[in-house]
Design a protein around this ligand. Structure first.
Ligand SMILES: Nc1ncnc2c1ncn2[C@@H]1O[C@H](COP(=O)(O)OP(=O)(O)O)[C@@H](O)[C@H]1O
Ligand SMILES: [Mg+2]
Length: 326
């Protein structure tokens, strides 16, 4: 489906609403007040759709200064983000370039989200590991301050090692799973020999013990997956430092589409794919390549300022102008 209309018409707002309505959170707004219409006290997204063969109705209410409320098929969810466990939506927005271009933390966060979708049983691992590191760090500081004995650290160190090992395996597996389709899709979009590799090894007890003096000094755990990275390269060159904006954009797009392909394979259900402003920096050949990839999959919603930007006839084209969708 193509959403077209001039700048400021509300295309991104519409995609954001679809994301909020299916995932329970916005890919861009940092707080709910940004999503509620200026001057209004609350906003609501109500969606009706099908997930595979099954119909669903989702409803998310956003109110300034109150928690988000969500219902799925009439039933109240404990949190709006629970929607993520029921419906899958992947999104590309121009800000997502940060996944390639930004600091390692951005790539870790992106990978952990993907991991949660690809291996739902392990979705809680990143949070559990982060909590263990936080507790070990707090203990390091207590020992440094003299309010705890050094023996108190051992259980936290063991927990960081064991959860760290699980997290590294889960991340490496997710990266491996994504890397094949990622390379293939990037190639179709004109990015040659693209590779994706997890950069980091599971922490060991011996390693953390060897770093103990330094860790005590800083009050921080200095090894483990909270410091790892994902290498995204083309022809052996790291795209973070050497890629053009266009190449970085293709890499992010290929990552999103690779995940969509794997989710379809694993669950039999294609995720909803939202592509915001993806066409603007792609040349004609790449736009055609993207269009033919999209025609093979599930439902994709693409925005563009002009209907002609998409080189194929979409199943549906909606003209967006402020407050009106035709
Ligand atoms: N909370 C809000 N309430 C009302 N209007 C808003 C709000 N947030 C953004 N806007 C307006 O929405 C428009 C941007 O819409 P957007 O979806 O980003 O347009 P585009 O079609 O270019 O993607 C801007 O004109 C902006 O002023
Ligand atoms: Mg926009």
């Amino acid at each position: 489906m193509l959403l077209h209309g001039p700048n400021g018409a509300g295309k991104t707002n519409l995609l954001e609403a679809l994301h909020v309505g299916t995932q329970g959170f916005s890919p861009r707004a940092r707080n709910d007040a940004q999503m509620v219409r200026f001057g209004a006290a609350a906003g609501r997204v109500a969606l009706r759709g099908t997930n595979g063969e099954t119909g669903f109705e989702a409803d998310v209410v956003l109110a300034v200064g109150a928690a988000r409320r969500a219902r799925l098929n009439g039933e109240r969810l404990t949190s709006a983000e629970r929607l993520r466990h029921e419906l899958r939506t992947l999104v590309f927005t121009p800000d997502r370039l940060a996944v390639v271009k930004g600091a390692p933390a951005t790539r870790r966060a992106y990978l952990d989200r993907s991991l949660g979708r690809l291996a739902p049983a392990r979705a809680g691992l990143p949070v559990e590991y982060a909590a263990a590191v936080g507790q070990r760090n707090a203990c390091l500081r207590r020992i440094r301050a003299g309010s705890s004995s050094s023996g108190a650290l051992q259980p936290w160190t063991e927990r960081v090692v064991s959860l760290g090992e699980d997290l590294v395996h889960a991340r490496a597996e997710a990266t491996d799973t994504l890397s094949g389709p990622f390379a293939e899709l990037a190639g179709l979009l004109g990015l040659e020999s693209a590779t994706l590799a997890y950069d980091g090894a599971a922490p060991t007890l011996a390693e953390l013990e060897a770093r103990l003096d330094r860790d005590l000094d800083r009050g921080l755990t200095s090894a483990g997956p909270h410091l790892h990275d994902v290498r995204i390269e083309s022809c052996g060159c790291e795209l973070r430092s050497f890629g053009s904006q266009g190449e970085q954009r293709i890499a992010v797009l290929a990552l999103v589409l690779a995940e969509a392909e794997i989710l379809l394979l694993r669950t039999g259900l294609a995720p909803l794919v939202l592509l915001d402003d993806v066409l603007s920096e792609l040349d004609g050949d790449r736009r055609r390549a993207l269009a033919s990839i999209l025609l093979q999959g599930g439902q994709t919603i693409v925005t563009a300022t002009a209907a002609a930007a998409l080189p194929v006839e979409p199943a549906q084209a909606l003209a967006v102008s402020p407050g009106v969708v035709r």
